[in-house]
Design a protein around this ligand. Structure first.
Ligand SMILES: [Zn+2]
Length: 325
């Protein structure tokens, strides 16, 4: 936490100085100022990760590192809305959307965490893991697809993932020492995954990976319906060239429009670093009747999230273009 705060402090001080000097419209300072303005104090983690921290390269096709100690990732599962339950870790999110016909699970963590956090978490919450009929994997990186094989093998859950990401994991030789999920449902843009009254609309947002899926779905807070915009991939650990950033930026704009058209007032992602899910879940314990739900940030803040990702990607693209001159 300390280093994040230090980075933020440096960033805000830096921006303050830059603003005083009126940055040129087409400059690193201008892109950063736009991102910082959009982030306000809602999305510091996203801002620091993609606008400030050094970019990370795509991961190589090597065997994963040994699992970290349990106390670095374990956190209690929780009911967050009438029909949405958190079964993730301190770092990664997995969400269970419940309906009268079963459960739609969104993302499956690393494989080392999936049995205890998802299967154990559902049981702890009084839910039946065998009721998970669909598993939507936002993208094929190990921290989201890790438990898909377990859900497929043990409970017969249908696995939904973008076609290019099915291809991606099938081509990987070393990354899945414990096996991969078998190719199942290939997601299409605009597809609805429906179970009883529960439904998730998939939005193809290539960029973070070629098959990244974002989502729109409805939750209820004491019976009041609210719409969630779920951003399926955020960091820039893809091939860093201009065409990849063009794709990423187009997807963020597309998802911003989709979220606005759907009236989304909640923004979720698959890393707590980006949406503060674990912190907000802790805050829920102190929520008094009549107070807003910690996840309900409003349509303006949802729109600002996508301005952060867009401006930071534009900054990264601009740097590449400058370097090529
Ligand atoms: Zn990823």
């Amino acid at each position: 936490m300390k280093h994040v705060l230090a980075a933020l402090l440096g960033l805000y001080v830096g921006i303050g100085a830059a603003q005083a000097a009126e940055p040129k419209a087409d400059s690193a300072d201008a892109f950063l100022a736009r991102a910082k303005t959009a982030a306000e104090f809602d999305f510091p983690g996203t801002l620091v990760r993609i606008c400030v921290a050094p970019q990370t390269a795509p991961g190589a096709d090597v065997a994963p590192a040994p699992p970290p100690a349990r106390d670095t990732w374990y956190t209690e599962p929780a009911q967050v809305f009438d029909n949405l339950y958190f079964v993730g870790t301190k770092i990664h999110s997995s969400w269970a959307l419940t309906s009268s016909r079963g459960i739609i699970l969104i993302d499956t963590l690393y494989d080392y965490a999936s049995d205890e956090a998802i299967v154990g978490g559902l049981k702890k919450l009084g839910l039946d893991p065998a009721a998970v009929k669909y598993v939507i994997v936002s993208h094929g990186h190990l921290d989201h697809v890790g438990g898909a094989k377990l859900m497929q093998d043990r409970f017969g859950s249908r696995i939904v993932m973008g076609g290019p990401d099915w291809d991606m994991i099938e081509h990987q030789v070393n990354r899945f020492p414990n096996g991969k999920p078998k190719r199942d449902i290939v997601a299409t843009d605009g597809q609805k995954v429906t179970l009883g009254e529960g439904s998730v609309t998939l939005v193809a947002t290539p960029g973070h990976t070629p098959g990244t899926l974002s989502m729109i779905f409805q939750v209820k807070d004491h019976g009041r319906p609210l719409t969630v915009a779920y951003n399926g991939g955020t960091a820039f650990n893809f091939v860093n060239d201009v065409p990849h950033f063009d794709t990423y930026i187009a997807s963020q704009r597309k998802m911003a429009k989709t979220a606005a058209d759907a009236g989304a007032t909640i923004l979720m992602t698959n890393h707590s670093e980006f949406d503060n899910a674990v912190t907000k879940i802790r805050m829920m314990a102190a929520r008094k009747p009549g107070e807003p739900h910690p996840f309900e940030i409003g349509a303006d803040a949802v729109a600002r999230y996508f301005k952060v990702t867009e401006a930071c990607a534009e900054l990264a693209r601009w740097k590449l273009q400058q370097a090529a001159k």
